[in-house]
Design a protein around this ligand. Structure first.
Ligand code: ASP
Length: 309
């Protein structure tokens, strides 16, 4: 096996429960890799030790920089351990902005390290196998979890499992990929200085107050977590018409898992006519990440969301 570098950021894979019964990420990278059969070929970088709900876009840059320095240091594969709350956001940001040939594999755990049956050790062993596998060269960023290798684009956490595009299976030492990966490389960009993009909840009776507050706070872009196939109440539509004519970029996703968004009802048609961009399948959190990456890289948002949304 080539050299694999494990970069830790925290999350449930690193948690132990305190006397108050609350899980906090207190285990070091060395603690995590100690049980690996292949631990000798693994280097560890303890980068962060936080619940992933606390990560901010600047942390995506820190993780990206740690990956770059691991690759420059000769790593043949990189594993990033990460909490599952925002793993789908970090994974997509990295996939959109990393163009290297060395595979980068995110993993984590659904159960704390001190649970009766922790899933972290097995997930880490599998992620190391994916990172070290010749079959993952040139695939960019992947997610490995509970025996499945996932594409970041379209990945979403549902309860204690993932949904999205499964690329294949993994057991420690064996990787079997059966589907090609869609790799939405947008180009190098800094998340810390990316324009602000917010996600706007839409519901029966919603109005434009939240959208106006976000733009007043500096948002260049908004992703609507719209209703059904991409519909909104009239007050939201009127706000979108006003904001689009002011130059704010508005994209339309939906609060409905598995729904396809398109302008096939009256309110959705009116949104599109106002200049809003329909995002066919990506969930709002990932649509936001792609919009941020496109804005930061100077790429046309409508084109990026048409190609990858
Ligand atoms: N709250 C945890 C985190 O995202 C959840 C997990 O890792 O599963 O850091």
């Amino acid at each position: 096996m080539g050299r694999v570098v494990v970069i830790t950021t925290g999350g449930t894979i690193a948690t132990r429960s305190g006397a108050d019964g609350v899980a906090r990420p207190t285990r070091s990278g060395r603690d995590l890799v100690v049980g690996l059969d292949s631990a000798d070929g693994v280097d560890v970088i303890d980068l962060l030790a936080v619940d992933s709900s606390r990560l901010v876009p600047a942390d995506w840059d820190r993780i990206g920089a740690a990956i770059t320095s691991a690759v420059q240091g000769g790593a043949d594969g990189v594993v990033v351990t990460h909490g599952t709350d925002t793993l789908e956001e970090t994974a997509l940001w990295l996939d959109a902005t990393y163009s290297g040939a060395v595979p980068v594999v995110l993993t984590g755990a659904m159960r704390s390290s001190d649970a009766v049956e922790p899933d972290g050790p097995r997930n880490l062993a599998e992620a190391v196998s994916v990172a070290a596998s010749p079959s993952t060269g040139d695939l960019g960023v992947l997610v490995s979890f509970a025996g499945t290798v996932w594409q970041p684009l379209g990945l979403t956490k549902i309860g204690e499992r993932w949904a999205g595009t499964a690329l294949g299976t993994v057991t420690p030492g064996t990787v079997h990929l059966t589907r090609p990966k869609r790799r939405p490389v947008i180009g190098a960009a800094s998340a810390a200085i990316a324009p602000r993009v917010d996600v706007v909840a839409v519901y029966a009776g919603a109005d434009a107050v939240a959208m106006d507050a976000y733009t007043a706070a500096g948002a260049s872009g908004l992703v609507l977590e719209a209703l059904g196939a991409g519909n909104v109440p009239d007050a939201v539509l009127h706000g979108v018409q006003r904001l689009c004519s002011d130059g704010v970029v508005v994209a339309v996703s939906t609060r409905v898992p598995d729904a396809t968004v398109s302008a096939r009802y009256g309110p959705g048609r009116a949104l599109a006519d106002a200049g809003a961009i329909m995002v066919p399948t990506l969930r709002p959190a990932q649509a936001r990440v792609l919009m941020m990456a496109a804005l930061a890289a100077g790429s046309p948002v409508a084109g990026v969301l048409a190609d990858w949304g």
